[in-house]
Design a protein around this ligand. Structure first.
Ligand code: FES
Length: 165
């Protein structure tokens, strides 16, 4: 089948098998190497990307679902000001993810930050920790992860307010 989609701001058209998973589209067809994968589905969480701004396990998203979508990988995201908000949070909390999960974890945090940025709702630690469980890595404990997420949200709100002023 033919699919059109956008990845890190670039528009692509590909002819692929309809069930080819997004992580393989990214690595094989587009040669994007920042999306890791270390299992055959739903176990490692290292394949997280953003699809229309929401974190998804790219190994579970078949090509036909990618049609018309906007995908963000860590290749593109790591060059944005949005990523700086998260980097600053890692730094001020003195809590950094390991190299293995940094890409997936940062994209997962971005997905959460965008949700709170948009809704402005009350921070739900239980919900955030349930999302954190997507990534199978012990480099950041639950408390540390929540602090980094909260700080990232604050950084984002501060920066957006400054920009509007
Ligand atoms: S490759 Fe392990 S969860 Fe996607």
């Amino acid at each position: 089948m033919r699919i059109e989609f956008t990845v890190d701001g670039k528009y692509y058209t590909l002819s692929v098998s309809s069930d080819k998973p997004l992580n393989l589209l990214l690595s094989d067809d587009l040669e994007i190497k920042s999306t890791s994968f270390a299992c055959s589905g739903r176990m490692c969480g290292l394949c997280v990307v953003l699809m229309d701004g929401k974190a998804v396990l790219s190994c579970l998203v078949p090509a036909f679902e990618v049609r018309g979508k906007t995908i963000t990988t860590f290749d593109g995201f790591s060059k944005t000001r949005d990523y700086r908000d998260i980097e600053k949070a890692y730094s001020s909390m003195q809590n950094y993810p390991c190299d293995r999960c940094r890409a997936a974890r940062s994209l997962l945090i971005e997905s959460i930050v965008r949700r709170y940025e948009v809704t402005g709702g009350d921070f739900d630690s239980g919900e955030v920790l349930a999302e954190a469980a997507l990534i199978d890595c012990d480099c950041m404990d639950s408390d540390g992860f929540l602090k980094v997420v909260r700080e990232s949200i604050l950084n984002r709100r501060k920066r957006k307010n400054v920009r509007r002023a």
